[in-house]
Design a protein around this ligand. Structure first.
Ligand SMILES: Cc1ncc(COP(=O)(O)O)c(C=O)c1O
Length: 409
């Protein structure tokens, strides 16, 4: 017996499971705590604009749910999710993406983050390989690593994952990975999209090697320029694809309502069982409020149009401010949608070490390092443009530009 277990036996202290070694606190949540001071202009969180939340529509939906079905709305519900909501989601996916699914292929979850966790729970054994783009969504890396996956980051550029990087890796692969995780639309953190031709190639390569795809699509409807590309799950020749969608960015993230489309019944049933163990079901009440909100004819399309109009102004304001204020040697992505853009600063600056200087200058961002699957590129950072007015963006990017100039002098 080790001295550690000796001492825990004598003190009766809790002893952690070995897998908690892989539970890393989110770098972003730590930064958000500091960035909350009212005089700091924060581009750190992935926050949708609260001034655009449809508060009145949700208030009237809430009143009608309570008036019409109060007792059932407050009762336990199905683990799979509220059936009328699943029916609405199925119709919406067919209409907007041409993604055809049945209600019994849909599981309602508490945010797509829970979807990632449940998928990891049912698919990942310790040591399994998961492929992804690089950099990648930090919350997915956290979820996969918590189940002791080994995540492999594949080369990616302004058009997303490089199909040849996927093909080369799979060609030489020691073992078949469990799945390929991608955010093809306005990725978090870079804001880039997987180009249409690449989507077809990626899907074909994955199918050829028998690698299922997990497609995470929280931002697809938030497009401000350019034209949409098809969802991976809808492409001809695609192998098994799990598709994750959410109301977080088109209604409000505090609702915590999202969904998983599963390609087959066995996987769906496993996910339902995992969900039962996690929380029995997503809030019956909230699901009914969401259903009542989105089924008002035209509501969601009109609301998304309002979001697009406002976020387009903010994106353009940030791009213009970066041109005006950032020193030579900085580059950034020019996203056609979503909430983020990704900046590369001169190599002399480590954006993690530089953050306290930026905070002293009353501006916050997220350092890029944690988004890199391995070998972090330390002179990168993520900026959110949806949560500040054009004026605050101009002011905040000015502050950050001055701080960077001073550091580079
Ligand atoms: C790529 C990606 N997936 C999933 C999520 C989680 O979203 P939700 O609020 O639906 O849990 C986010 C949130 O920022 C995200 O950027």
């Amino acid at each position: 017996m080790s001295s550690e277990s000796d001492s825990s036996a004598s003190t009766g202290a809790f002893r952690f499971a070995a897998r908690t070694r892989h539970l890393q606190p989110s770098a972003i949540r730590e930064i958000l705590k500091v960035a909350e001071a009212p005089d700091v202009i924060s581009f750190a969180g992935g926050l949708p604009a609260p001034d655009l939340f449809p508060v009145e529509a949700i208030a009237s939906a809430t009143a009608s749910v309570l008036a019409q079905s109060g007792p059932v709305a407050l009762q336990y519900g199905l683990s799979e999710g509220h059936l009328p909501l699943r029916a609405w989601i199925a119709e919406h996916l067919a209409e907007t993406l041409g993604l055809v699914c049945r209600t019994d292929n849909l599981l309602v979850v508490q945010g797509s983050q829970q979807g990632l966790d449940l998928i990891a729970k049912v698919l990942i054994d310790p040591g399994d390989l998961i492929l992804t783009e690089n950099p990648a969504y930090l919350g997915a890396l956290q979820a996969f690593r918590a189940y002791e996956a080994k995540v492999v980051g594949l080369r990616s550029d302004a058009d997303g994952l490089l199909p040849e990087a996927l093909a080369d890796w799979l060609h030489a692969a020691p073992v078949r990975p469990k799945f390929l995780y991608l955010t093809p639309n306005f990725q978090n953190p870079t804001g880039t999209c997987l180009a249409e031709a690449r989507r077809r190639e990626v899907v074909a390569i994955a199918a050829r090697h028998g690698v299922p795809i997990l497609e995470d699509d929280p931002y697809g409807r938030l497009r401000y320029s350019g034209s949409p590309a098809p969802a991976l799950a809808t492409l001809p020749g695609a192998g098994p694809c799990l598709y994750l969608g959410t109301f977080s960015k088109v209604l409000a993230p505090g609702l915590r309502v999202a969904w998983i489309v599963t390609p087959d019944r066995t996987l769906h049933d496993k996910l339902v069982t995992a969900k039962q163990a996690a929380d029995l079901h997503t809030s019956t009440f909230t699901q009914r409020v969401v259903t009542e909100t989105v089924r008002v004819p035209g509501f969601l399309n009109d609301h998304v149009a309002r979001l697009i109009a406002a976020y387009r102004i903010r994106r353009d304001a940030m791009l213009a401010a970066l041109e005006r204020h950032f020193p030579a040697g900085c580059t950034w992505t020019r996203p056609d949608g979503g909430l983020f853009l990704w900046v590369t600063v001169p190599g002399a600056i480590d954006t993690h070490a530089f953050l306290p200087t930026a905070l002293a200058g009353k501006v916050a961002y997220v350092p890029g390092a944690p988004f890199w699957v391995d070998q972090p590129v330390r002179n990168t950072l993520r900026l959110n443009f949806s949560n500040a007015s054009a004026e605050r963006i101009e002011e905040g990017i000015g502050r950050l530009g001055s701080a960077l100039r001073a550091a580079l002098r």
